[in-house]
Design a protein around this ligand. Structure first.
Ligand code: FAD
Length: 274
């Protein structure tokens, strides 16, 4: 079985500043990590390989520093890693990102299963998996929470929906985006940690993928960031005494004076000691 798993490098903080000129994130000097939801896609790839044999390739589109993140993925026991990298890709939206990933996969295919995380916790769109499937012309199942059966030509999976869950059968190859409910990720072992440190990572540029400036980067991105800002909170917090009983009394008096307590007799001070 040939398995591809898409992984994204994200900033290890929620406090990334926004460049007011370009309206992109200022990532310089910010530590990066593997998107936590992608760990479940990596684990599922390892389980497929354990059961059906074959090999796993992890790929990411990102800056040169993403190599460190890919080494972390190799340390879980993944066989190969590809880094799609170059200035041409800067400013890519989800459509351009998924196009670059799709071309990479086409150039290194065929694949039996392509796995993605449910979403990246910085961008949060959950677009890339479905768009990847669209670019590749493959079926997709999103929000997969269980894998019930795999045959050489099909997969039966359970996916989460707003109303509960549904069981779907999809022909393979297919793109699956997975939830953290799917599995419990393992820890890397020493042998793989050592191998990952020295493993070669293949770097792929836009030229090799036959992509021109009009297809990736800002120019190839149909969406535009019109404005970007951190929401300002107008709320002022109110501190009550740190002594529990005193603080509770103050809180009740405050709610009472604001007319927020039930006015029925015996109800307003019911919290005391109960
Ligand atoms: P999701 O769609 O939520 O991710 C779902 C899954 O897809 C992930 O779990 C992972 O498995 C896979 N995946 C997502 N991204 C990647 C990836 N890069 N490589 C491999 N697998 C992946 N970002 C920048 O860093 N610099 C920019 O200059 C920039 N410019 C942008 C300009 C515009 C107009 C827009 C709309 C976005 C821009 N972005 C930029 C954000 C960038 O497009 C997204 O971070 C990226 O496309 C992934 O989207 P997401 O984070 O919502 O991932």
């Amino acid at each position: 079985m040939r398995i591809a798993v898409c992984v994204k490098q994200i900033p290890d903080t929620t406090k990334v500043e926004i460049d007011p000129q370009t309206r992109t994130l200022r990532r310089e000097g910010v530590e990066s990590i593997l998107n936590p939801l992608d760990v479940f896609a990596v684990e599922q790839a390892l389980r497929f390989r354990q059961e059906y044999g074959g090999e796993i390739t992890a790929l990411t589109m990102g800056p040169p520093q993403a190599e460190t993140m890919l080494r972390g993925v190799l340390a879980f026991g993944v066989d190969h890693a590809l880094l799609v990298c170059g200035r041409e890709f800067a400013g890519s939206d989800t459509w351009a990102t998924s196009l670059a990933l799709a071309r990479t996969l086409q150039s290194r295919g065929p694949w039996d299963i392509i796995l993605c995380g449910k979403q990246a916790i910085d961008g949060d769109t959950a677009h890339v998996g479905p768009e990847l499937a669209a670019h590749l012309g493959l079926p997709q199942v999103t929000f997969v929470k269980d894998v019930l059966e795999i045959t050489p030509s099909a997969a039966v999976v359970e996916r989460l929906t707003d109303a509960g869950s549904e069981v779907l059968s999809t022909p393979l190859p297919a793109v699956l985006t997975v939830l953290k409910a799917l599995n419990e990720p393992r820890w890397p072992n020493l042998k793989d940690l050592y191998r990952a440190r020295f493993a070669s990572i293949e770097i792929i540029g836009a030229g090799e993928l036959d992509l021109n400036a009009g297809q990736v980067g800002l120019e190839g991105s149909p969406t535009r960031v019109v404005d970007m800002f951190s929401p300002e909170s107008g709320r002022k917090g109110k501190m009550f005494d740190e002594n529990f009983q005193e603080g509770l009394d103050q809180l009740l008096r405050h709610l009472d004076s604001a007319g927020m307590l039930d006015a029925r007799p015996g109800q307003a001070s019911a919290g005391r000691g109960e």
